[in-house]
Design a protein around this ligand. Structure first.
Ligand SMILES: [Zn+2]
Length: 48
């Protein structure tokens, strides 16, 4: 199991640290990488 990452939530508007995103969605890469891993990117929308 990979280490769980702790990521700060940064408001894209002003760059300050924000609270939990009020909306998130996941984008899964359509193809696996060289190591046959699927890249999952989580996007979030923030308000601060
Ligand atoms: Zn902001």
């Amino acid at each position: 199991m990979p280490k769980s990452q702790t990521r700060e939530h940064i408001c894209p508007e002003c760059g300050t640290q924000a609270k939990e995103p009020y909306k998130t969605w996941e984008l899964i890469a359509p193809f696996p990488d060289k190591k046959m891993r699927i890249t999952l990117t989580i996007f979030g929308m923030y308000e601060c």
